[in-house]
Design a protein around this ligand. Sequence first.
Ligand code: GZL
Length: 321
Amino acid sequence: MLMNLKRIISLTATAFMLFTTCGLRAEGAAAKPLVVGFAQTGAESAWRTANTNSMKAEAEKRGIKLKFADGQGKQENQIRALRSFVTQGVDAIVVAPIVETGWDPVLREAKRAGIPVVVMDRNIQTDDKSLFACYIGSDFYKEGSLAAEWLVKNAGARTRIVELQGTPGSAAANVRRKAFADAIAKSPAFKLIDSQSGDFRRSGGKEVMEAFIKKHGKEIEIVYAHNDDMALGAVQAIEEAGLKPGKDIIIVSIDAIKEGVQAVVDGKINVVVECNPLFGPKVYDTIAKLKAGEPVERTSYNVDEVFDSTNAAARIGERQY
Ligand code: GZL
């Protein structure tokens, strides 16, 4: 008799456990986590790493399931990832497009699947604005202009510029180049003597600067780098050529990664224009609004500052990336 009673109790307990763990969840079970597909550009710079970290950490904090795809610097990898997110039926897609064009076909697939797309960091060119919900990024034109305006105020008699461009075809490189050219055109003394892509990479900045030094020698008075990683590569090349970066050659850069601001403190880079990569919170707030059917800003920019010898030392301690 006692044996039977024990068996009945253990069978009942097992049945209860089965019910509560396979499908018939107890009251108040957590809602299904949001699933976001993120097609990242690659891992070309410290800025990109900070951007990736922001997106991953904020997703973790909010209990969002982030499907992360590293484009490894190739648009076809990003397009393949976007297609896969559509097939998987994610709730939303974020893309940091390596280049400006060639996105319409895959974005049409996401639109047909009813999956909202947030373009983050670099913008895209398309005639069909319905292909993505919004752009959350940086004002590259303002950044290039601020870099040139600093030169106009501080370059003194130095006028001969070499430019280290970012990734060919990327919105960041295209717009920073145009903005800088537009601004220095107003000061005819400045002359752009050479311009080449270092692909936003430190190694690229060093190699291109070595070639510039070989070709132009002491004619070079100013370096305009589209990002700090290339500027830091140029600093190495200038030092290896026996010159003093920041003194013999003025260096102007964009991003304001901690190492770049430190180089300003050390007098090796003269000015860095900030391009804040910490988009995580703003992107996920925007996705929450999109999923709730609320309106979102079509274009929103991060606020960026300028760091030179007048403020870098005071501000370096608070840098988050
Ligand atoms: C700018 C971003 C650029 C950074 C580089 O928003 O796309 O790409 O300036 C990064 O450091 O590699």
